[in-house]
Design a protein around this ligand. Structure first.
Ligand code: SAM
Length: 221
């Protein structure tokens, strides 16, 4: 077979159930056109983020890892019109593409893109004394996942929902030699989710166009 059946099933589910709108399709294509890596979440996962933002009643979302703004748009669609989403992106080029996509989606008024290393941005947000975030999506350099998780708790409040993507990493969580840069950060973050008394968490494994992976869902106690 030329591709696993779960990729065809993912497309079927996306077509039949998820229905990504033209602004979202544009965001994916813009990343391809700009030569950016195709590492955005799947439409099915993006829609899950939107629904979780809406179902949790979030008004303030923090995203770590913007890329072309695909997950940003999904989550901003789940926010009320006066909701706010702050997203952290290291690369100015990615931020520029994301800004255009978010604006084209009619969501520019909700979204602030902060350029720079996310750890610096997170520290700045704390210094500025911003209002607590209700929902945090962690999807950047996996090495820093334990630090991002800690920041998510510090910048959140009891009840804040945290989603961390790519926590199975083709099974590298059981064999860190598969990726010595990223796997240790993923493993430490998962252990923190299981042990940290401030968090209550679970993990769902996934297969699809992005391979064998999974996401963690945690709630701040
Ligand atoms: N969340 C996006 C989506 O699903 O559409 C995908 C994000 S992509 C997996 C990760 C992004 O994080 C890249 O755009 C990368 O440049 C950015 N990034 C990597 N390291 C970073 C850091 N230390 N601080 C901020 N952004 C970083």
């Amino acid at each position: 077979k030329s591709r696993p059946e779960w990729v065809a099933v993912e497309e079927f589910l996306s077509d039949v159930v998820v229905h990504p709108d033209p602004a979202l399709q544009r965001a994916v294509q813009s990343a391809v056109d700009a030569g950016m890596p195709p590492i955005e979440v799947t439409p099915n996962a993006g829609k899950l983020l939107k629904l979780l933002v809406g179902a949790s009643g979030a008004r303030r979302v923090l995203e770590i890892g913007t890329l072309a703004g695909f997950s940003t748009i999904w989550m901003a669609q789940g926010l009320p019109d006066d909701g706010r989403l702050v997203t952290c992106e290291y690369l100015a080029k990615h931020a520029e593409v994301a800004r255009a996509n978010v604006d084209a989606a009619g969501l520019g008024h909700k979204v602030e893109i902060r350029i720079g290393a996310a750890l610096d941005t997170l520290a700045a947000l704390e210094t500025e004394g911003v209002e607590a975030f209700d929902f945090v999506f962690i999807d950047a350099d996996k090495e820093n996942n334990p630090r991002y998780l800690d920041w998510a708790v510090r910048l959140g409040r009891p009840g804040t929902t945290i989603v961390m993507d790519n926590v199975v990493w083709e099974g590298a969580v059981l064999d860190p030699s598969m990726d010595e840069v990223n796997a240790p950060g993923i493993i430490v973050a998962l252990k923190l989710m299981g042990e940290d008394s401030r968090l209550d968490a679970t993990v769902i494994q996934t297969v699809g166009s992005k391979g064998w992976d999974g996401f963690a869902l945690a709630v701040v106690r």
